[in-house]
Design a binder for this molecule. Structure first.
Ligand SMILES: [Zn+2]
Length: 268
């Protein structure tokens, strides 16, 4: 599933394709994409909108139009855009310069939601917390969110309202950098550990963005490139392989229902 670095990579490639362009023709071929709204009605609403910017909040892509409306795209498991002809196309957007952008999604969990200008902020505020690479994601702010919480820190980091954009890969990597055991209850972590988690999350995400995301299955960028973050994994998916810091075999457990990788020696 695309996490913050993968979505940011997609955003970076979509922006030059879409910014300043008008959506000339929109075909939505999959009714699940806009459910519960009628895909043909959404497509008609989108036609004629001019893209002001392509932004990201957490794992959401925001196509911000000059009208103030926003098309909020969540890629979920396998959603993505291509500027090339693509199989599994769920929507096809023809721009005013006749270029075509295809939205494809093999497993069809992705969503498109068109929001009116006055709906955008409230919609996002209800669903996602601070941007981990932004100035407001601090140890103090994270400590306040974790206070009194008995769930494992790994599960809490996956909660998009606590921190936006982390998923299973980058949460595991962040906790390895921070040297914090993934099953530690969030509310029992000390200030130094919380500071280390903030730094670890930022580091894992920055490496992910530099490597243009991880390519594990179906993910590719709009230009068809594939990220190489998987070559940088310290713990994720490396069960039994040596910890890059101490050589101890990486262990696997479960937290919040998700497979969780950690070093039993470095992360206590
Ligand atoms: Zn280790």
């Amino acid at each position: 599933m695309p996490e913050l670095p993968e979505v940011e990579t997609v955003r970076g490639e979509l922006e030059p394709l879409l910014a300043g362009r008008t959506l000339h023709r929109v075909e939505i071929l999959d009714e699940r994409l806009t459910r519960p709204f009628d895909p043909a009605a959404v497509a008609r609403e989108l036609e004629g909108e001019r893209v002001a910017a392509v932004e990201r909040r957490g794992k959401y892509l925001l196509l911000r139009f000059e009208s103030g409306r926003v098309l909020l795209v969540h890629l979920r498991m396998t959603g993505g855009f291509r500027s090339l002809p693509a199989s599994h196309g769920r929507a096809v957007v023809t721009l005013d310069d006749e270029s075509v952008v295809v939205y494809r999604d093999v497993r069809r969990f992705g969503t498109w939601l068109l929001l009116e200008p006055d709906e955008v902020d409230a919609y996002l505020a209800e669903r996602i917390g601070e941007e981990p690479l932004g100035p407001r994601f601090t140890a103090k702010q994270l400590a306040a969110r974790l206070a009194g919480r008995r769930a494992p820190i790994k599960a809490l980091l996956l909660d998009q309202r606590i921190v936006a954009g982390l998923g299973n890969i980058y949460a595991d990597e962040a906790l390895w950098y921070a040297r914090v055991h993934p099953l530690r209850p969030g509310g029992e972590l000390g200030p130094d550990e919380i500071r280390a988690i903030v730094r670890g999350a930022r580091r894992a995400l920055r490496v992910g963005i530099e490597r243009r995301g991880a390519t594990l299955s179906d993910y590719a960028t709009p230009n068809g490139d594939r990220g190489t973050m998987q070559e940088e994994f310290k713990v994720y998916g490396r069960t039994g392989e040596p910890c890059p810091r101490c050589g101890t075999p990486i262990a696997k457990t479960r937290a919040g229902g998700r497979g969780t990788h950690y070093c039993p020696r470095c992360q206590r």
